[in-house]
Design a protein around this ligand. Structure first.
Ligand code: 13P
Ligand code: SF4
Length: 330
């Protein structure tokens, strides 16, 4: 909500590194590439990872693209540079592989907002609901759901749910509200949110629009409705690349985690990307995503630890709703 009392903080735009093509690799990056070859490992990185990691990843993408890559890989080891629920998803879709997560404490506020016991109790008290879970949830929660979705396919998935079933959407109320509005499908919404995306406010986006008149606002659906309503496009991180490439504008205001700008600068050269500011800074780093560092990636591959392990029953029960998503969104 817009406060009329607090004065507007001065906007300071974080100077990010310029685009990286051609920049020589550091010794530690070279070491990771050597270890990767020795271990027959694949390095998958989310769009929010630091540039040094993105630069040497085999694939950089959104949750949906990363799930497909994890399912398809022939490598023996998956080094997952993202957060815990993403690495768990990689293990679920490819359980015979070793999955390394450089920082085991890299969690997610959305995932934390929906503990499996609470969801199980809610389902028991409200039988018959069709549970659609945003992929940002734990493996134990996935095991309780009917189908998974990501921000890249949520509308497609929700549209496929049988019309006579009432939907419970967990755990992101903002993404759920956006999908409900777009599809016209009424849904019960779990009251979770991403701590980073709800920091964007109408006031701050208005202020940055004044500085860059005409620049399209590109926002992630985890933002609150008032911010989404100001955006020229609301989409997953992967779709942001295509939008900025195809749009004629030369400057874009990017309202999602700051790491996204690394990839945009590499893959859409010649255009300017301005990080959407919050009250706290002219950027918005997810504290969980940024727990992975290049040193931790090296240590993880060198020591083959920490590894993601899941109980057999969770692996089995969580696989079906993820597989349904992969099938429905092809
Ligand atoms: P994407 O699937 O759009 O990459 O989003 C993942 C995420 O965690 C957003 O905060
Ligand atoms: Fe979770 Fe938000 Fe971080 Fe994405 S940005 S991983 S939703 S806390």
């Amino acid at each position: 909500m817009i406060s009329t009392e607090t004065p507007l903080a001065p906007l300071v735009f974080q100077p990010l590194d310029p685009a990286t093509p051609g920049r020589p690799l550091s010794a530690i990056q070279e070491e990771i590439l050597r270890l990767k070859r020795e271990r027959n490992a694949v390095l998958l990185a989310h769009n929010y990872q630091v540039d040094e990691i993105q630069q040497i990843a085999d694939y950089v993408g959104d949750s949906l693209g990363l799930s497909y890559k994890a399912a398809e890989t022939q490598a023996d080891v998956i080094v997952f540079c993202g957060v815990h629920f993403m690495a768990e998803t990689a293990k679920i879709v490819n359980p015979s592989k070793t999955v390394l997560l450089p920082e085991m404490d890299a969690g997610c506020s959305l995932s934390d907002s929906c503990p499996a016991e609470k969801l199980a109790a809610y389902k028991a008290a409200n039988p018959g609901l069709y549970v659609v879970a945003y992929i940002n949830c734990s493996a134990s929660v996935k095991a309780l759901c009917d189908v998974i979705c990501t921000s890249g396919n949520a509308m497609k998935i929700v549209s496929r749910v049988p019309a006579d079933r009432e939907i419970l959407f967990v755990p992101d109320q903002n993404l759920g509200q956006w999908v409900a509005k777009k599809t016209g499908r009424r849904m019960r919404l779990w009251p979770g949110s991403c701590y980073a995306h709800v920091l964007y406010s109408v006031r701050n986006i208005e202020a940055v629009k004044v500085l860059y008149p005409g620049a399209p606002v590109v926002a992630h659906p985890e933002c609150v409705e008032a911010v989404r309503d100001m955006a020229d496009v609301v989409c997953s991180t992967e779709k942001m690349i295509a939008y900025c490439r195809e749009n004629q504008a030369d400057t874009f205001i990017i309202v999602t985690e700051t790491g996204m700008i690394n990839r945009l600068r590499r893959e859409v050269p010649g255009k300017r990307f301005v990080a959407g500011p919050t009250d706290h800074c002219g950027c918005n780093d997810c504290r969980f995503m940024k727990m992975n560092t290049i040193e931790k990636v090296r240590d993880s591959l060198a020591g083959m630890t920490p590894q993601v392990e899941l109980p057999e029953a969770i692996l089995r029960d969580a696989r079906a709703p993820i597989q349904r998503m992969l099938d429905w969104s092809r």
